[in-house]
Design a binder for this molecule. Structure first.
Ligand SMILES: Nc1nc2c(ncn2[C@@H]2O[C@H](COP(=O)(O)OP(=O)(O)OP(=O)(O)O)[C@@H](O)[C@H]2O)c(=O)[nH]1
Length: 473
């Protein structure tokens, strides 16, 4: 039920994405997307910023001091953000910058605050945005939702929504054109992460490409759901086309949090500080594991050498993601549905199709050492990981990509499918978290990781373009 009322946005975020509105400050070399965080005193603005981007434990928000002046926070995720945490008395005039500079306004209202004051303030900003920046994305976080019982929560949420709409309609029917999105949020559960992720999606120009990569990955890896997460904030940057259900999102978020917590316990002998310095891609959250895995990379190229391409799609990375049970035809890897009758050896190797990359580690791209060890706990509670990593060398760069997995026991019924939750670091700050049927994970592990290589390549290309635009624009 929560999923139904947590956000009132009706159409796809893709349709609502405003034009790229970025500004470079004199002290900053990158152009940042600006987000305005507004609301009355003690509404929870600073808590939201600190919990999401500073890893502040929710309980410690109690000790935050009142914000006396505007504080600008720089956040580097898939797009560079500048979040303005404003004091309660900020007005359009005292803001010190035109609203046209901002891409999004997030207005925070305490869910128990049904009085006029917050609604008047919100309406003031909506009216000003209408004339200054009609493309701005207006988001209302009805916050501290966990404080109320389910029925009261829904009722208060409805009332706040209704009062804002009525007030705008009373002023002028033209304000109805302003698209307002309401979200129920709390720092004490995952609703805040889910809501902020949805806000972020409207700002990511490259979202359709990331989504397409995820769609292709899911289709070819038999994954029912995959997320691309920002590892530090645990916001999901993109997901595949299947609907997001809160339970799955929460599970993936928890797994990421657990990996973030346990990551520092793992250390690789091969990943010496000098190597990590050389790479410039140390992974602060999940350093590589203690064991020494596999041989050192020998090829100077990070690109897998499989010469697989397709004329059907514009992205080489998309084309190259292989399916479970692939066959090589005319130099292409093309999908063939896995046939149960195909004889396989204990490693899942198909005897009928020697060219299949799905079955063995050795058939994976030769220049990437793929070693990842999964942990099968037989429980749905994520346990400390036994991560692995992929090491890839690009020119003089030595890149480490930790990976981990845990199996989740099917809840009930003989027909229930056991699922494995997998984690693969994709870029310095982005990770792919996917649900994979355990049977597929065990039997087609090589292929899965093969697909991850191409997925990673696609995402890195997109991030490079984004960086180039922001840096040069
Ligand atoms: N129950 C609950 N309390 C919250 C939540 N978020 C924030 N709080 C509490 O609300 C209080 C105010 O939080 P702040 O983040 O300082 O609020 P603010 O809007 O920045 O306040 P000002 O700086 O005065 O404008 C703190 O005691 C927080 O612990 C939430 O989701 N649930």
């Amino acid at each position: 039920m929560a999923a139904n009322y947590s956000s009132t946005q009706s159409s796809s975020p893709l349709n609502q994405r405003p034009k790229l509105n970025v500004h470079r400050s004199s002290s900053d070399s990158v152009a940042r997307t600006k987000i305005l965080l507004l609301g009355l005193r003690r509404a929870g603005k600073t808590s939201i910023q600190q919990v999401l981007f500073n890893n502040l434990p929710p309980k410690q928000t109690f000790y935050l001091e009142t914000t006396m002046r505007i504080v600008k926070h720089h956040v580097d995720t898939v797009i560079p953000l500048e979040i303005w945490d404003c004091p309660a008395n900020t007005t359009v005039e005292s803001l010190g910058a035109p609203l046209s500079q901002f891409s999004t306004i997030i207005f925070v209202i305490d869910i128990r605050d049904l009085y006029n004051q917050p609604i008047s303030k919100l309406v003031e900003f909506i009216v000003a945005s209408y004339s200054d920046n009609p493309d701005i994305s207006l988001e209302v976080f009805v916050h501290k939702a966990e404080k109320l019982q389910e029925d009261d929560k829904i009722e208060n949420f409805r009332q706040i929504h209704e009062r804002v709409s009525d007030r705008l309609l009373d002023m002028s029917p033209e304000y109805e054109q302003m698209q307002l999105n309401f979200h129920l949020t709390s720092v004490y559960d995952h609703s805040l992460h889910e809501a902020f992720s949805r806000v972020l999606h409207k700002l990511i120009e490259s979202l359709p490409y990331l989504e397409e990569l995820l769609n292709v990955f899911c289709a070819n890896s038999q994954s029912p759901k995959a997320f691309l997460f920002d590892t530090r904030s645990r916001l999901y940057i993109a997901t595949d086309a299947s609907p997001v259900d809160s339970a799955t999102h929460n599970l993936c978020c928890d797994y990421l949090q657990m990996l973030n917590s346990f990551g520092p316990l793992y250390k690789s002998i091969t990943a010496s500080p000098s190597r990590q310095r050389l790479s410039g891609t140390s992974t602060p959250n999940i350093p590589p594991p203690t064991a020494v895995f596999g041989p050192s990379p020998t090829s100077p190229s990070s690109r897998p050498h499989a010469s697989i391409s397709s004329s059907h799609s514009s992205s080489p990375a998309l084309n190259n993601i292989a399916t479970n049970g692939t066959s090589r035809r005319n130099g292409l890897l093309s999908p063939t549905p896995p046939t149960p009758s195909t004889p396989t050896n204990s490693n899942g190797r198909s005897h009928s199709s020697p060219a299949q990359p799905s079955s063995t580690q050795s058939s994976r791209p030769s220049t990437a050492d793929h070693i990842s060890i999964s942990q099968h706990t037989g429980t749905s509670t994520p346990k400390p990981p036994t991560p692995g990593y992929t090491r890839t060398r690009t020119g003089n760069k030595d890149l480490f990509y930790p990976s981990a997995s845990t199996s989740l026991a099917a809840s009930s019924g003989a027909s229930a499918v056991n699922t494995t939750l997998t984690y693969h670091l994709i870029t310095k700050h982005l990770a792919l978290v996917a649900l994979i049927p355990t049977a597929v994970f065990q039997e087609r592990r090589g292929l899965l990781e093969y697909n991850v290589v191409f997925f990673r390549e696609g995402v890195q290309e997109i991030c490079d373009v984004e960086e180039e635009v922001r840096g040069a624009g």
